[in-house]
Design a protein around this ligand. Structure first.
Ligand code: C2E
Ligand code: MG
Ligand code: MG
Ligand code: MG
Length: 292
């Protein structure tokens, strides 16, 4: 009897695996053509400073408008891009497009903020990476002082030697680095201190239970203190409510990002949204609509 159950579980498991493999293979085929077909695009999500209330950065988030599957977020296909090596072409395209839009935004709206760009650790395996990035800055006219690269803890630790080797020259250009999804990976405190990492972004997972669980609040509190003790800026990701926002302000969090404050927008909508956008404007707006 037990054997039968095992057998059927096994069949179910392999069918599911087959489906996964086929799905991945078909996405892989499509991804090879996605750039040429102009199916990839970026959305930008504002990051606010608590102190000034202003938008201090935009995070570029990759999207794929797939002809059959609709709009896919980066986490649906970045690992495929990494495994196939497509991450290099796609990665440089992301950096270039984000730099171009940064320049356009300055020109069209007079807005000068930082551009935060997510990188896979894999991208550092290209020997010419630092040079390529420098070329993109030169060709687009983007000022490296306004570029921040976001790396997840996991990505950083996976490839620590190579990544740290490239971080130095990039930071000499003026680029800053943020450690993404902080608290979910396993970065060593030594690396946190030794590498040129300017900011820690507390993962949105911690926000989910922030107000329900004391243990979560203690963790976030400790992460904020750790960041400050190391002289780093601390950013909360995934802020979805006014009560989370208030708690984070009280705890001394420096910067915030989340649906509650502003969703990611494509460039054309961003230009309409970003003028006059500030924390106080967002809060007034929410209070207004809550009492209406
Ligand atoms: P991430 O860098 O941690 O980006 C934050 C993610 O949280 C984004 O998901 C964003 O849309 C989402 N988010 C924003 N506000 C909220 C909120 O209030 N609540 C919640 N629950 N989520 C919120 P997205 O766009 O699906 O991106 C997923 C991940 O994919 C990113 O996580 C990043 O690691 C990766 N990624 C995105 N674009 C790129 C890229 O161009 N290159 C690479 N290598 N990775 C990318
Ligand atoms: Mg990020
Ligand atoms: Mg993150
Ligand atoms: Mg994430």
């Amino acid at each position: 009897q037990a054997k039968q159950v095992e057998g059927s579980n096994f069949r179910f498991f392999t069918e599911e695996m087959n489906r996964d493999v086929r799905y991945r293979l078909s996405l892989e085929e499509d991804l090879r053509r996605a750039l040429d077909n102009r199916e990839l695009y970026l959305e930008y999500q504002p990051r606010f400073s608590v102190r000034s209330g202003k938008v201090v950065a935009l995070e570029a988030l990759l999207r794929w408008n797939h002809p059959q599957k609709g709009i896919l977020s980066a986490h649906n296909f970045i690992s495929i891009a990494e495994d196939t090596g497509l991450i290099f072409t796609i990665g440089y395209w992301v950096i270039r497009r984000a730099c171009e839009d940064l320049q356009r935004l300055k020109r069209d709206c007079g807005v000068e903020v930082k551009m935060a760009i997510n990188l896979s650790a894999r991208q550092f395996r290209d020997e010419g990476m630092v040079q390529q990035v420098a070329n993109i800055f030169a060709e687009t006219g983007a000022n490296p002082n306004f570029i921040e690269f976001e790396l997840t803890e996991t990505a950083l630790m996976e490839n620590i030697d190579l990544v740290s080797l490239c971080m130095r020259p990039l930071s000499y250009f003026g680029v800053t680095f943020a450690l993404d999804d902080f608290g979910t990976g396993s970065s060593s405190f030594l690396h946190l201190q030794r590498l040129p990492i300017a900011a820690l972004k507390i993962d949105s997972q911690f926000m989910t239970d922030l107000l329900r669980r004391r243990s979560e609040r203690r963790l976030v509190s400790a992460m904020i203190n750790l960041a400050h003790n190391l002289g780093k800026v601390v950013v909360a990701e995934g802020v979805e409510s006014i009560s989370q926002q208030k708690w984070l302000v009280d705890e001394g969090c420096d910067q915030m990002q989340g649906y509650f404050l502003c969703a990611p927008h494509a460039y054309s909508r961003l230009t309409k949204v970003i003028r006059g956008l500030s924390l106080s404007a967002v809060l007034e707006n929410k209070e207004g609509s809550a009492s209406a």
